[in-house]
Design a protein around this ligand. Structure first.
Ligand code: HEM
Length: 180
């Protein structure tokens, strides 16, 4: 399997970034909800540390992914589909980028405005701020719900192609060998 994509399938760089990002986003949603619902500051600090480290990792991966598509690789040819499906899937893909960048910007904004980063990584849990007092928190909460909706739509579409249409769309985004 080559590093770059071909007209029929994604290359190993795109496939790796895709699946690592998907796993991190699931962990981000879990750790974010866990921090938000924590009963006290002590229970909040560990999920928050994990959440922030993963959030910054997904930001780096997303910027790398954008640079990869812009400067190094071309996407495979789209599979034939009704116009509305192609439009919807294109919109979901663009929205993923917008929401990931918006979530990381609002996350960094919350830390910056509240000055919480040193408290989260060096200090005690007792003085953690209430993030609801800072405007980016609302955008982050809204983005989280949008992200869950996109995730459900995107996964639903992939499963529909794999199990009902059986058109090999999922195999294009996996580490399978190139057929000779
Ligand atoms: C794609 C990236 C991200 C996703 C999917 C994500 C997801 C979430 C979710 C689901 C919540 C809970 C929202 C709620 O219940 O209303 C949350 C809260 C939060 N996130 Fe993120 N997040 C991301 C990136 C980041 C980054 C990069 C940072 C910081 C640098 C960050 C900092 C926070 C903070 C401080 C909270 C509030 C936790 C609390 O209220 O105790 N997030 N995030």
């Amino acid at each position: 399997m080559s590093l770059k994509s071909t007209s029929r399938r994604y290359g190993s760089v795109a496939v790796s970034i895709h699946w690592i990002s998907a796993l991190i986003i699931v962990l981000l949603i879990g750790s974010g909800l866990r921090a938000d619902g924590a009963a006290d500051a002590a229970a909040r600090i560990i999920p928050l540390r994990i959440h922030i480290a993963l959030g910054l990792t997904v930001l780096v991966l997303t910027l790398a992914r954008i640079a990869w598509w812009l400067f190094a690789d071309n996407k495979p040819t789209s599979v034939p589909a009704p116009r509305w499906q192609s439009r919807l899937s294109g919109a979901v893909h663009v929205l993923f980028y917008v929401v990931i960048l918006g979530m990381t910007a609002s996350g960094i904004g919350m830390l910056f405005l509240s000055g919480a980063a040193p408290l989260i990584f060096e200090g005690t849990a007792a003085n953690l701020p209430d993030f609801d007092l800072y405007p980016p928190r609302r955008a982050h909460g809204f983005g989280a719900r949008l992200m869950i909706a996109l995730f459900v739509l995107h996964t639903g579409a992939a499963l529909y192609h794999h199990f009902l249409k059986k058109d090999g769309l999922m195999q294009r985004m996996w580490f399978t060998r190139d057929r000779p």
